[in-house]
Design a protein around this ligand. Structure first.
Ligand code: AHR
Length: 810
């Protein structure tokens, strides 16, 4: 059995021995795997990774740097994350000296004998210390006359002996670079530490680029955190999509990922404002991305900036776009050019003479959001220039274009588990004559900051569908990949791998990725499921109460009316208060006959009415008072985890769409419409519900219409089968999405012999189970061994489980 987990990750505590049941004995359902009818080849680059700077993925995450705001650029007014140390009767002050190359000024006014004054940095929610480990310190400094030495070190935040420290001789009024190592001895691993630079005599020190690095993966200078790289490596990714995501685009064009500014000495990189609310140091720049891919034996999937930024700024095709196209050509040359090319020489100078392999280049990110309609032309301009110089590169479009033949199209999905499972056959009937598909971002969005086990089940069901269709879907990658779980660390709700500065853990969804990524054949084998008894498929008519809500916005609502076939079911003008209404979060009150919400919390709701209402029309008036977005009017409300709403002016007040909240997961249903809500104006909102049909009107105008009448239910079992030509093994991936164990007969046609013993992995748990820093392997795969396996054997797939079985076949 192959090892599922890389070094130091996890040794499965339990090996289950499962006796297979001989043909016909007690199995009810049937899975037939047609080894005699091999299907398409599985793309060798099927399982990969997607990454960007979000949730402190790099700074405060994968990138080794331990100090936050090392270059004093995070805040132009103050040296954020740095604090004064003044021990005993000492006195001093710290201040930011702003400018193009800002510095931290430390004025030491008085130091008592044997004491110290200086600065401390608490890292990214703590400075981690591990026993018998060497940390590398570097900084650029100038000092006032008379200042001869500083002490650098790591100490417990709550006091006590230094973990490690060193004296460094300093001198001169010119900027100089200093470096030293700090060796931590037998101290236990801890997180509650800070880094310091202090002096024992009065004077002034100016500091730039103060850096503290732990040992890194493969000992690269300026490299990556070892535990996270080990976890990524265990996924066996075949590619790395970078640098984003929204991080590629930036909120404005000036804030895009400008790859040229991320090269060279990390201490000289200026960094830039990212779209996820914090600055990036750019310590993890283009070369580091490439090195990262190389370290994982993956190929880069290089996304190039294509002239569109998130806030809507775009550059029309034509001469103004030409410099950006040239920038992409330069970037490709940096990645692939030999040392005699201009940018290949620059890469060699940066430390990597050998060109990197490159097959895929992605033009932009999610350009379907570009409402100017410029993407077709922008794509064409990039396409023509890149294909002319690099005809073998495969170019990925991020929204459908007509003017050029897309090699691949990048599709993104963020959904609930039920929806993932239901839509597992999404690509089954797709046109095979169109572009290949890259599912470049997807995830079951349930669980914060990392997925629940239910999310992992949804992912697994979805993956079986992708793998089955891998003649069309040639690459896939989950997103987002990484999250710093500290308060304020995450911007995105559900992310694959969580960590603080000291430890990390894989979520249940991570283990699904690992189980699937490590057990992939190279040929799809058709596999059919016949269920013994048809699960009840009749679903009740859509029904539920009503509600109003907000997302980081203050709004008020009045004149609520619910009608059915012209009859009034409910009416509320709030003149007598809000009796009959319940709330979930937020600050609700009645002011001047309107129901007002004044907090800035996300996703809050007030609700009323009867859960049995069906086929009704809601009428409500709404006014925005302040905040980031607009209105949410809810219907089919069953409880806080199950309801629908029309989100009007969501996504930072840019769009409106119907959203379905199911078991805590959320799906966007139908097309979004560009919508911006004005503050201070009363709007008239009407939602008509008829069976699965939903129509939303704003001020009498139809804005959105969806029809969900024929939505298929999720199935209890999902399967994907493949063969590994090299070894002849047949790999079976089975997801039991149901709450019942599924006794199943597995028939393999077209094989003469199957070894009686088979091995594999099984993941199961309660739907709400999560892993965490405190409990990292609550949900983790168990190794299983099946005995008495044959060309036809029975196996019971446990309720809510993901099973991978490797069968040795001839
Ligand atoms: O993965 C998180 C974000 O989702 C990506 O930045 C963006 O491409 C998508 O909208």
């Amino acid at each position: 059995m192959p090892s599922l987990f890389g070094r130091g990750l996890l040794t499965p505590a339990l090996i289950l021995l499962v006796g297979a049941v001989a043909s016909g004995q007690g199995a009810e359902n049937r899975i037939t795997v047609r080894a005699d009818r091999p299907g398409p080849r599985i793309s060798p680059t099927f399982y990969g990774l997607m990454t960007e700077e979000i949730n402190h993925s790099y700074d405060g995450g994968l990138y080794g740097e331990l100090l936050q705001n090392r270059a004093f650029r995070d805040d132009s007014r103050a040296p954020r994350h740095w604090s004064l140390i003044s021990d005993g009767g000492g006195a001093g002050k710290i201040s930011l000296e702003p400018g193009l190359d800002p510095s931290l000024r430390v004025d030491i006014e008085r130091v008592d004998k044997g004491q110290r004054v200086g600065v401390a940095n608490g890292g990214y929610w703590g400075v981690p210390v591990k026993p018998n480990t060497t940390y590398h310190v570097s900084f650029i400094a100038k000092v006032s006359p008379g200042m001869r030495a500083v002490e650098v070190g790591i100490e417990p935040t709550k006091g006590g002996a230094d973990q490690a420290s060193r004296q460094i001789a300093v001198s001169g009024a010119d900027w100089r670079r200093y470096e030293t190592d700090l060796r931590v001895g037998r101290a236990p691993a801890s997180l509650d530490n800070r880094f310091f630079i202090t002096a024992a005599n009065p004077g002034t020190i100016w500091l730039r680029n103060v850096s503290l690095f732990p040992p890194t993966y493969k000992n690269h200078r300026n490299g990556n955190r070892i535990d996270l790289m080990d976890k990524l490596s265990a996924m066996r990714p075949t590619f790395l999509r970078f640098p984003g995501g929204n991080y590629l685009e930036g909120n404005t064009i000036a804030e895009r990922f400008d790859w040229k500014a991320t090269l060279g000495d990390p201490a000289m990189r200026r960094g830039h404002q990212g779209p996820w609310g914090y600055r990036s140091s750019d310590g993890l720049g283009l070369l580091e991305f490439l090195q990262w891919a190389e370290d994982l034996h993956s190929q880069p999937v290089l996304a190039v900036f294509a002239g569109y930024a998130l806030e809507g700024q775009h550059i029309d095709p034509g001469p103004k776009l030409a410099p950006f196209v040239q920038d992409a050509l330069d970037e490709i040359e940096y990645v692939t050019g030999d040392v005699h090319t201009k940018w290949g020489a620059r890469r060699a100078q940066d430390g990597h003479p050998k060109p990197f392999p490159l097959k895929y280049v992605e033009i932009g990110n999610e350009d379907g959001f570009d409402r100017s309609g410029s993407y077709d032309g922008r794509f064409a301009q990039f396409y023509d220039a890149i294909k002319a110089k690099y005809p073998r590169l495969q170019l990925i479009a991020t929204a459908a274009v007509r003017s050029r033949k897309m090699d691949l199209l990048d599709d993104h999905y963020y959904r609930s588990a039920v929806e993932m499972a239901r839509d597992s056959g999404h690509y089954d009937g797709y046109d095979r004559k169109g572009p290949k598909i890259f599912v470049g971002e997807w995830a079951t969005v349930m669980g914060r900051p990392t997925p629940t086990f239910e999310a992992a089940l949804g992912d697994a069901a979805w993956l079986t569908g992708l793998e089955r269709n891998s003649d069309l879907v040639v690459m896939e990658c989950y997103a987002p990949l990484l999250v710093n779980v500290n308060p304020g660390g995450a911007q995105w709700p559900t992310n694959l791998i969580g960590y603080d500065a000291l430890t990390s853990y894989g979520s249940p969804a991570y283990y699904v990725q690992t189980m699937f990524g490590q057990n992939t054949g190279d040929v799809v084998l058709p596999a059919e499921i016949a269920l013994a008894s048809k699960a009840a498929t009749s679903t009740p008519a859509p029904h539920g109460a009503i509600g109003v809500g907000t997302y980081r916005t203050q709004s008020e609502y009045k004149d609520v009316e619910v009608t059915h076939d012209g009859t009034t079911l409910y009416q509320k003008d709030f003149s007598q208060g809000m009796d009959g209404w319940g709330t979930r979060g937020g600050r609700w009150s009645v002011v001047d006959g309107a129901l007002r919400q004044t907090s800035n919390a996300p996703d809050v709701q007030a609700y009323a009415g009867d859960k049995n209402w069906t086929d009704y029309t809601i009428h409500v008036k709404a006014r925005k008072l302040g905040g980031a977005e607009g209105f949410m009017v809810a219907f089919h409300v069953l409880d806080g985890r199950n309801y629908w709403h029309w989100n009007i002016g969501g996504w930072n007040n840019t769009r409106s769409a119907i959203q379905r909240h199911e078991d805590g997961g959320v799906d966007e249903v139908g097309e979004a419409t560009p919508t911006t809500v004005e503050t201070g104006r009363w709007y008239d909102i009407r939602i008509e519900l008829q069976g699965g049909r939903i129509r939303g009107y704003l001020d009498g105008k139809l804005i959105t219409e969806v029809n969900e009448t024929n939505r298929p239910p999720a199935k209890p079992l999902y399967v994907a089968a493949s063969r590994m030509s090299r070894t002849g093994e047949i790999i079976l991936k089975v997801v039991n999405f149901s709450a019942e164990p599924m006794a199943t007969q597995v028939d393999l046609t077209g094989v003469s012999r199957i070894a009686s013993k088979a091995s594999g992995w099984m993941l199961s748990g309660d739907l709400d189970d999560v892993n965490s820093v405190q409990n990292p392997v609550k949900v983790a795969p168990q190794a299983i061994t099946l005995t008495d396996v044959g060309r036809s054997f029975g196996h019971t797939f446990p309720a809510h489980s993901v099973t991978v079985i490797r069968l040795r076949a001839r």
